[in-house]
Design a protein around this ligand. Structure first.
Ligand code: 4AD
Ligand code: MG
Length: 440
């Protein structure tokens, strides 16, 4: 049986059951009493070995992370540190399937490695076996599911765009370039352009795919490879776009909050979390500049922020943390945003763009309306010095039945870091990729 079945099944299975898994913890009480916590990826089970069972070769040589099979009878016991799920397996027979090393190579030594972050990252394949990291990975899976549920409930069609591309979306400086059969190609920064192309065939669409950014600096929220949740919607207004971003974040947060397993992990890891409530605070870029000036935030050169400045990460986070609620930060000047963003009707200097800022993490979503007029798009390419030739398929959307449309991208790792109240995005990655790290 799987350990999960035991926890969920009532009443307890009768007779002898068999559990196979990895030795999570060993506690030797006496020569005739031993507790072995076994992990099978679905849960933890305390196994009790007494008398002759403790004297077998397998018991005497047992090491952490060995695989074992244990036959025994299940008893209900008080939940607690020793019995994580409220059950205990009283062993009648047990056997090692594959022995893990002991001595200096033992798993104990790896897990005890004084938490030097670089060593722990090198040993990520082992660290992932620990309770905390595996809870986070399981949580991540539930959150991915919750995003899909939101999109399915709202009739978005899922697509899987190519990740090897010959165009850029978010500026050339963070492209990873590689040789594609003798031609230059890049790892995608965003699937946005591809999502736009399928609006006429599929209606509202979304994708959950890896995006890549050659970010040179190491920060606690930048990865070189991250999971990007992106959506694109046709015939919407800028106001609709803001509402959709807000609804996505509220739906997913509530779904997880009310989920029996994910909700429990969330409350354990981040006891102070509560799902955010709509409407979120809406603040324009111009209001943001005023806020920074009123709160004494200055540029690195000591002068105040003025219209047109790109607001760096630190003051933006200071503002978000001070206000301490989600902010839909919108209407950025064209100079600091991408070539595809249309202007606001009321003020031609500004774009129909939005970032969702969350306390503790900062920007978790970037989105905008898209230029849908052909002439305007051509000017956008020109302004950014982009050769339109390889973008012909994107440009064609403005020639064959254009429409007002928009979308957004959400960084899954930043979203998870925010929900779980963690410090660093790398803690929510299976195998994080950032400057200087491409292993394991
Ligand atoms: O703001 P960005 O660059 O927007 C886009 O890529 C749009 N084309 C998306 C769209 O409209 N479909 O990135 C979107 C989000 C950011 O808000 C952030 O959460 C995440 O992607 N992100 C990163 N996450 C981790 N590491 C990085 N280096 C990231 N760069 C962006
Ligand atoms: Mg952005």
């Amino acid at each position: 049986i799987k350990i999960r079945d035991v926890c969920e099944e009532k009443p307890v299975p009768e007779g002898i059951v068999l559990i196979k898994g990895w030795v999570h913890r060993i506690r030797i009480q006496s020569k005739k009493l031993m507790f072995v916590v076994v992990r099978d990826g679905t849960g933890l089970m305390q196994c009790v070995l007494n008398d002759q069972l403790c004297e077998t070769y397998d018991a005497l040589t047992l090491t952490r992370e060995s695989t074992v099979e244990v036959y025994g009878t299940l008893n209900q016991v008080p939940k607690g540190k020793t019995s994580p799920n409220g059950f205990e397996l009283k062993a009648v027979f047990f056997k090692i399937i594959s022995a893990a090393p002991g001595g200096k190579d033992s798993a104990d030594n790896i897990f005890n490695d004084d938490a030097n972050p670089e060593v722990l990252l090198d040993q990520r394949h082992m660290v992932l076996r620990d309770q905390g990291p595996s809870d986070i990975m399981r949580f991540r899976a539930f959150v991915l599911n919750a995003f899909r549920t939101h999109y399915n409930d709202n009739n978005y069609c899922e697509v899987t765009p190519p990740l090897m591309v010959q165009t850029q979306v978010e500026g050339g400086s963070t492209l990873f370039k590689f040789d594609y059969y003798g031609q230059d190609a890049y790892l995608t920064q965003s699937s946005q352009l591809y999502l736009e192309t399928v609006l006429p065939s599929l209606g509202d669409v979304y994708c959950i795919a890896q995006s890549f950014r050659a970010e040179k600096s190491r920060t606690r929220r930048h990865l070189s490879e991250y999971t990007h949740v992106e959506a694109e919607c046709s015939f919407i207004s800028f106001e609709d776009l803001l509402n959709r971003v807000e609804k996505l974040v509220c739906d997913v947060s509530n779904h997880i909050w009310n989920h029996p397993v994910a909700g429990k992990i969330l409350r354990e890891v981040n006891p102070s979390f509560t799902p955010p409530e709509a409407p979120f605070l809406r603040m324009s870029y111009i209001e943001g500049i005023e806020w920074l000036n009123e709160h004494g935030q200055l540029k690195p050169d000591g002068t105040p922020y003025v219209f047109g400045d790109d607001i760096p990460e630190a003051p933006e986070r200071y503002m978000t943390d001070s206000i301490n609620r989600p902010i839909l930060f919108h209407s950025f000047p064209a100079e600091v945003k991408s070539f595809y963003m249309p202007r606001r009707e009321e003020d031609n200097r500004l774009t129909e763009s939005v970032d969702l800022l969350m306390p503790g993490v900062g920007e978790i979503v970037g989105g905008s309306m898209r230029i849908w007029d052909l002439e305007e798009l051509m000017k956008g390419y020109e302004r950014e010095g982009i050769d339109p030739t390889p973008y012909y398929w994107f440009t064609d959307q403005r020639r064959y039945g254009s429409c007002p449309h928009g979308g957004y991208g959400l960084g899954l790792e930043r979203f998870l870091t925010w929900m779980l109240g963690l410090h660093h995005v790398r803690d929510v990655c299976l195998y994080p990729r950032f400057t200087g790290r491409c292993r394991p």
